[in-house]
Ligand binder design. Structure first.
Ligand SMILES: [Zn+2]
Length: 355
């Protein structure tokens, strides 16, 4: 696939202008789904507060892929990326590429698995359950919906789409980790079981395309085993599960640019699955640099703060006011932060820090 061609024509199909915000809810996406005239848009189940959880199907191939977004309600970049994807697959302009995907794959998408959390702008669902730590007991209504779709489809591949915080850089660089990948572990020993190797080979393919577009802005998320996490358990059950963490890009706090990179990663992942006979090339996965945590949103150097001159790291936080997001600043850490970076930096030269 010619990704330059896709990128050069991105404006054609991307809906991102409608989504220049971090808070994306069902009421934002449903009109877009309607406009796209999707052939298959069913309701897979209900959230704890009775909101619908949708299930979209595209393609007629024999390889089944399951993608879900926003299992963490406040992580919306994946939802924006799948809207790009659906729009791309509908656009006759790209039919040469999209037919290859649609004829080989049957793609199932659950957009906004956690619609209540999306509305409240919380990671957890309305009962305070983290859906990504609920894959053993399936206590939450939303987890049960995901499990029922998984059991019905028995996908050959899963994509679990998340957002990561702005604190992550690519290890050894001062580049933000704009996209990070993870092939979740199935045990404490992080064993290289077959489903993990297959997952890694898809990530290797996605990474090789992204490195050409945003070189050295791609990281590898920690593969520490989380016994109740979704990816870890689906992987353990033999479903290769690719985790994509959309992160920060320069001045892109609403993750508009990042949506594009998330979309490209997803598109290449699907294209690779649709066209490759070989999922053995997993070793380059370990060459992708690790994520590190070296960023603050603002780093004030040599600030007069709490009766001494020190560095102060600030992070942006968000709260919902009248259904809209409000950004505010919070001091995260003070001291000698010479090993850290700020997306914005200011040297106060001993002057008082006023937030
Ligand atoms: Zn998440």
């Amino acid at each position: 696939m010619d990704f330059n061609y896709v990128l050069n024509n991105y404006q054609r199909f991307s809906a991102y202008k409608d989504f220049n915000t971090l808070k994306i809810t069902l009421s934002d996406v449903l009109p877009v789904f309607e406009k796209l005239k999707l052939n298959f848009l069913n309701i897979a189940g209900k959230s704890e507060l009775g909101n619908d959880i949708y299930h979209i199907k595209v393609g007629t191939g024999t390889i089944r892929v399951l993608i879900w977004t926003q299992m963490h309600g406040n992580e919306s970049t994946g939802t924006k990326a799948i809207i790009d994807l659906l729009s791309f697959l509908k656009d006759i302009f790209f039919s040469e590429f999209s037919e290859i995907i649609k004829s080989n794959l049957e793609i199932h998408i659950i957009p906004i698995l956690n619609p209540d959390g999306a509305e409240l702008y919380t990671r957890e669902n309305a009962l305070g359950i983290d859906l990504n730590r609920d894959a053993v007991n399936f206590l939450a209504a939303e987890s049960k919906v995901l499990k029922s779709v998984l059991d019905k489809i028995k996908p050959h591949f899963c994509f679990n789409l998340h957002d990561q915080r702005t604190i992550f850089n690519v290890e050894g660089t001062r580049n933000p980790a704009t996209i990070s990948f993870l092939a979740p572990s199935v045990d404490e020993a992080r064993s290289l079981v077959d489903s993990r190797k297959v997952t890694m080979s898809v990530i290797v393919a996605m990474n090789s395309v992204l490195q050409q577009i945003i070189p050295n802005h791609i990281g590898r998320y920690t593969d520490e085993f989380y016994p109740t996490a979704t990816g870890d358990n689906f992987q353990k059950a033999g479903y290769p599960t690719i985790l994509i963490e959309a992160g920060h890009y320069y001045n892109d706090y609403n993750r508009v640019e990042v949506t594009k990179y998330n979309f490209i990663a997803l598109l290449q992942g699907l294209y690779f699955i649709a066209t490759s006979n070989n999922f053995d090339n997993y070793e380059p996965y370990f060459k992708i640099p690790n994520n590190d945590k070296k960023f603050f949103d603002i780093l004030y150097r040599n600030a007069y703060y709490q009766n001494s001159i020190q560095d102060v790291g600030v992070l942006y936080k968000y709260k919902v006011e009248n259904r809209h997001l409000k950004q505010y600043s919070e001091i995260e850490k003070a001291g000698d932060l010479s090993d850290f970076f700020g997306h914005k930096e200011e040297n106060l030269n001993g002057n008082l820090l006023l937030l």
